[in-house]
Design a protein around this ligand. Structure first.
Ligand SMILES: [Mg+2]
Length: 319
């Protein structure tokens, strides 16, 4: 079952983790080994105050606002919100847009030139970044609220479309599919580790039957392997490449047992710290609940009330 409280803890879990990663985005793992992040920091990479969340959360919120207002998914309207974020700093933590991925920027530019929403996301191999995976949580909540746990082909098509407005590469579509299949298991009340293995197994089963994903699916063999959780840290890459980010987020969830450790583990991998933490942090927020997020971190989170209201309104639009 998904409740208003779970929607709130998923969004806040995502935003807090994003904010924890922002000050050290692009920092090398080795540097963080010498001086690990142990608490919510301020400044760093973007010179932002502590608790400042970035594009990962802004784009999530921008999608949620559109879906809540229209009580449905309208891809053109969501892209309009993305444009408002990009141009006018809407849906931001500090009224400033300070971070935007290349592929998302390209998709927004495509939208401005009048390209159909579902064709805005580039599909080339080098466009397989984590920019849609980091904002996919609303569609998981929406699908569970409106259809329940079983994500059939139509539901999975919605997930893929939701990605394609900025990221149309097949690796991005499968990564978003895996995220959503794990999320619905969590909403359904499974233990976190079980939710992850069920979600992965269901994803494998689903994509195996689809010819168009045949070649791409092989790239996910490693994360589908039951030995994946036991890999040593130095085999986990933490780049912005979507497969690396998905793997890193899942690995961190599999190797921790509370929200704080999860976020610190994700952030201290270095590289694309905010996004990997946000991907894992949203799922962790939904599973562990708001009470498990350090109060101190929630206390410094920018626009916490705004995020809380956004998640509550979203839940009430679709319950
Ligand atoms: Mg970011």
């Amino acid at each position: 079952m998904i409740t208003e409280k779970i929607c709130i803890s998923m969004l806040l879990g995502h935003a807090v983790a994003d904010a924890a990663g922002v000050p050290v985005e692009f920092t090398k793992r080795q540097r963080l080994k010498e001086k690990p992040v142990v608490d919510m920091r301020a400044y760093g990479t973007y010179g932002q105050p502590a608790g400042t969340w970035s594009d990962d959360t802004s784009l999530t919120v921008a999608a949620m606002e559109s879906m809540t207002r229209l009580k449905k998914i309208d891809y053109e309207d969501i892209l309009k919100n993305f444009l408002d974020w990009y141009n006018d700093d809407k849906f931001t933590a500090t009224d400033e847009t300070f971070d935007c991925g290349n592929t998302t920027a390209e998709a927004i530019a495509n939208f401005r030139t009048g390209i159909e929403p579902l064709n805005c996301g580039p599909t080339q191999d080098f466009s397989a970044g984590n920019g849609s995976l980091m904002r996919i949580s609303p569609v998981a909540m929406y699908l569970y609220l409106t259809r329940g746990k079983n994500l059939d082909a139509a539901a999975m098509e919605t997930v893929h479309n939701f990605s394609s407005i900025t990221h149309g590469q097949k690796k991005c579509l499968i990564s978003c599919g895996i995220y959503c299949l794990i999320a619905v298991e969590i909403f359904d009340g499974q233990d976190l580790k079980v939710a992850i293995s069920n979600g992965l197994a269901n994803a494998k089963k689903f994509y195996e039957n689809l010819r168009e994903f045949e070649d791409t699916l092989k790239i996910f063999d490693r994360v589908f392997d039951e030995k994946f959780a036991g890999l040593p840290e130095d085999e986990i890459k933490s780049r912005g490449y979507v497969v690396d980010s998905l793997e890193a987020a899942i690995w961190c969830l599999q190797n921790t047992d509370n929200y704080k450790d999860l976020v610190l583990k994700a952030v201290n991998l270095g590289g694309d710290t905010d996004t990997i933490a946000a991907i894992a942090g949203g799922l962790a927020g939904a599973f562990y609940g708001l009470e498990n997020i350090p109060e101190k971190w929630l206390g410094v989170l920018k626009k916490k009330d705004y995020l809380e209201k956004m998640a509550a309104d979203f839940y009430n639009a679709f319950k």
